[in-house]
Each structure stands twice: as C-alpha cells, then as structure tokens.
Write a protein that binds this ligand. Structure first.
Ligand code: BG6
Length: 486
C-alpha cells in the first residue's frame, strides 16, 4: 500500500547517512510501490550541487549501497526524478527562499524534515524551519541519534525542538527498533503463550545482550572519539533491546503502550554509581591485533589521536529492580573490532531443581534461548535430550533451530525502510519518546562521568578478539560465562 503523498526534506542530504541509508531505503520503498507519484525528496546541504549534479551523485551511490539484485535501471531513473538539491547554509536566512518556493505552501501536505546533521543543529534548524513558515501540523521531524551527549544536552535539544514541533510530530530514531529481528522479539514474547509464564526470575538465571562488531571506526573517528561505545551503542541500542526483553506485556502494540512499558524498565534499572562503576562495568579500547588474518591498527592509530581514552568496548552488569526480574543479572556487552559481527540476546534458564536421572548429576545443561538478531537472524533453543541407545539414560545437549531466511524464503528489509514509512504514516511506536531518551541518559550518566575521569583508562584488547579479559572476569566471577555462538 502506498503511503500518503509527501516531501522528504533531508538536511545534511549529501552526507554519509543520506547516501548509505536514507536514499537507498527510499529507493527500495519506491521500487516496492510505496511512494506516490508526486512524492519528492529534497536534499539540503552546502555541497553546491544542482538537481542534475545531485542525481548523478546519487546514481553512483545507489550502485554502491543497494544490493545488485534490487538495482534496476528503470526504477533508479524513476527514483532520481523525485530528487532535488538546494545548496544552503542553515544559518543564512537569505539562502532559504528557494526551499520555500520549491516546497510550496500547501498546509495539508505531509513534510518530513529529516535532520541528518549534528545534534547541536537540531534546535537551530527547527527554529529556522519555523521561521520560514515551513512547519505545519502535518509536518514531522526526524532526529538521528546521538540525542545529546548527556542528560542536560538531551534536555536542551528536546526543549529547542519541542518549541517548534509537538511531541507527536517528533520521531527519534533508534534504528535497532526498525530491525525485523528486533520487532520479532516482541512477537516471539507476546504472540506465543509458552514463554510468558517462565519469563521471570523464578525460571530465568540471567540474560546476556551482545552487540559485537568486527568493523573499527572506519572514517568516523571525529564523531566516535567524542562519543565512545557507551554513548554510541549502550545508551540507545542496547538499552532498547534490554527494554524489549524485560518489559511487561503492553496492552496493545500501539503508539504509547509499548513506550510506556519500556519507560518503566528504564526507570527500574538499578543506578550504577560510585564504587559499583568499577565493580560492574568494564571499558575497553582496541589495540593493534590480527584482523581477518592481517595486521590491524589500534584505535588510537586509526583515529590519529595517541592520547585518546575513548572506549570502543563496554561491558556492564545491570539489574532491573522490579518483581519480575529481582536478582536476575543482565550482562550487556558491545564493542568494535571484535572477532566477529554478531548481535544476540541469550536467555539462560535455571537448572532443573532435582537431578532425577541416575548418574546425571552435574551433567545437565541449563536451557538457553538464543535470539540471533544479526547476521543470520534466527532462534536456537538449547535443550537436553536422551542420547540414543539401549544402555540406560544418558543426557545430551541438543538444539531446536529456526533460521528466518530459510523459514520465510525472504530477506529482511533494512530498518530505515520500515522506519521512514512509519514516519509518513505518523506511527511513532518504533521511535523513542522524550522521556525514554532522558531516562536512558539518567542511568548512563554516572558511568559516563566515572569513565571520563582523567584517572580512568579503558582496558586494551587486541583488535580481532572478544574484548578485554576484565569483561570475562565480570561474568565469570558470578560462575557464568559469555555465550559464544558457534
Ligand atoms: C550506529 C552506531 O548507531 O549503529 C555505529 O553509531 C554502529 O557505531 C551501528 O556501527 C551498528 O548498527 P548495525 O545496524 O550495523 O548493527
């Protein structure tokens, strides 16, 4: 079904995000017939391009970033016709009239302002859009993470953008929520009955959430060095995943119920402050190592900042202090330049209460549900079975496997495809609400403060490995270990 006619106005329209994600996603939705004939994409930037120059650039980028099986000359030509580029300096009122003229003054038309620019510009740009009369009740604004660098800066951004747009018009992107596998987490939990009765502290021993990346900071050093893994990944993506695992069943999967439930989880997170930061968290930074069989540079060499103490790895033992999760640790872990790309949620259940098979004491493995988010989306349930044979009962670990690509014979769309269409539909369910973002900052901030103390140094780990040994100790001293998928 096509979504309503609209204009996508991308501020920062020639940047990395626009080229890698936004334009390819819009192209794919166009190819799928979801954009009406009169839908336009207007890029604003300082690149000094005219429409033709911009279209030529995008043609080249689509060839790079769209899978060859979906890259079709006729569809590309049609998509390029929708594109416009206007060169402007956001701060210069004299640069805006061509934008106003191009967009026209139909107050009923949906306008999506996608702010793919530095967060420090979110407020000033919103103000400028308002001043130019471009904002109507049918406008929406999309904000890319990072939403600030701490609680105070996030509040300031929210206040400034909120002075122009109502909360219902503001779409804060966490692209993890647009991933098929992440939405499927909701479905797995709440469209099946068998998990919910055991999804609690009575039956679950602990939860692990790992988002490991094999890439380094590849060309994003300037942004990344001011951010680090805690701000770049934990405050948003990992906490959102934790919320979806831990939240109570929402009444309906609609605009507010899911966000209300996630907020309750964020507010129930036990604060990690003072000495607990040392005991419950580990920051790491990759040193030189072996990457794909070749010598890989260290983080500081890669970004050219020999003194940098920015963490490229974070591990945290968290607790959700509520009835359902009392005493169940959530171990979070994320890092760059790790031995592989793998995002998964591992739920380890408690062991059987009584070993009833003679000779089986100590041989039972606890049940585990491994939800693989990427790559190779799927689910694996680790069970215990009887080893075949006539000689008595011997227990053996086995697994039930579900691979989505095989089960559905289709590949998943990119998260941005779904999210961009939701913005046009005005459906904010998969976007973060202001109070969620601020609650996440509130919990993250004491760790951030401790880690930015000049006496704090991240622990080195060789590039191409599973992180610093302190992260292994963090979990092993509890008699548990990180799940490493085979
Ligand atoms: C982004 C981070 O939000 O997510 C990047 O800024 C990170 O540093 C990326 O690489 C990971 O996303 P994905 O979809 O590749 O897991």
């Amino acid at each position: 079904q096509p979504v309503s006619p609209c204009d996508f106005v991308v501020l920062g329209g020639t940047g990395d995000l626009a080229m890698r994600k936004l334009l390819p996603s819009l192209y794919l939705r166009d190819r799928a017939g979801q954009l009406t004939d009169d839908t336009r994409v207007v890029a604003l930037s300082r690149a000094g391009l005219d429409d033709q120059g911009f279209r030529a650039k995008v043609r080249g980028e689509l060839a790079r970033f769209v899978d060859s099986s979906a890259h079709e000359e006729r569809s590309v030509d049609r998509f390029l016709e929708r594109l416009h580029h206007i060169s402007l300096d956001f701060d210069e009122p004299a640069d805006w009239p061509p934008v106003v003229e191009l967009l026209g003054c139909d107050p009923e038309r949906i306008r999506v302002f996608y702010l793919a620019c530095a967060p420090s510009l979110f407020g000033p740009v919103s103000h400028r859009l308002h001043e130019q009369g471009l904002v109507s009740e049918h406008s929406r604004v999309v904000l890319e993470k990072p939403l600030g660098t701490d609680l105070a800066s996030a509040e300031a951004i929210h206040d400034a953008v909120g002075a122009v747009f109502e909360e219902r018009q503001i779409f804060r992107i966490d692209h993890y929520l647009g991933k098929e596998s992440v939405q499927n987490l909701l479905v797995t939990r709440f469209a099946n009955v068998f998990l919910e009765p055991i999804w609690n502290a009575h039956w679950i021993d602990h939860v692990q959430i790992t988002v490991a990346e094999s890439l380094g900071v590849a060309g994003r050093g300037e942004y990344y060095d001011g951010s680090g893994a805690l701000r770049d990944m934990v405050q948003n993506h990992l906490l959102q995943l934790l919320c979806l695992v831990a939240m109570e069943p929402p009444t309906y999967v609609n605009r507010e119920d899911v966000r209300d439930e996630k907020l309750k989880v964020l507010r129930a997170l036990r604060p990690i402050t003072g000495a607990d930061v040392t005991a419950l968290t580990v920051a790491g930074q990759y040193a030189a190592g072996l990457v794909d069989g070749a010598a890989g540079a260290s983080y500081v060499e890669e970004v050219g900042l020999p003194e940098s103490r920015t963490e490229t790895f974070a591990a945290i033992k968290a607790h959700v202090d509520n009835w359902r999760w009392a005493g169940v640790p959530f171990y979070l872990r994320t890092g760059k330049r790790m031995d592989r790309r793998c995002s998964e949620i591992v739920v380890t259940f408690k062991n059987v209460p009584h070993p009833m098979f003679p000779g089986s004491e100590g041989t039972e493995e606890p049940n585990r549900l491994v939800i693989r988010l990427q790559p190779d989306e799927g689910m694996r349930l680790h069970l215990t079975a009887k080893e075949p044979g006539p000689g008595g009962i011997r227990l053996r670990p086995v697994s039930l496997d579900l691979n989505y690509a095989q089960a559905f014979q289709t590949s998943s769309p990119d998260a941005y495809e779904r999210l961009l269409m939701d913005v046009v539909r005005g459906n904010p369910t998969l976007f973060m609400r202001r109070d969620e973002v601020e609650a996440a900052w509130e919990w993250t901030e004491p760790i951030l403060q401790a880690w930015t103390d000049p006496r704090h140094h991240p622990r080195p780990y060789p590039a191409g490995t599973s992180g610093p040994s302190a992260a292994t100790t963090l979990i092993e001293r509890d008699g548990r270990s990180w799940h490493e998928s085979s």
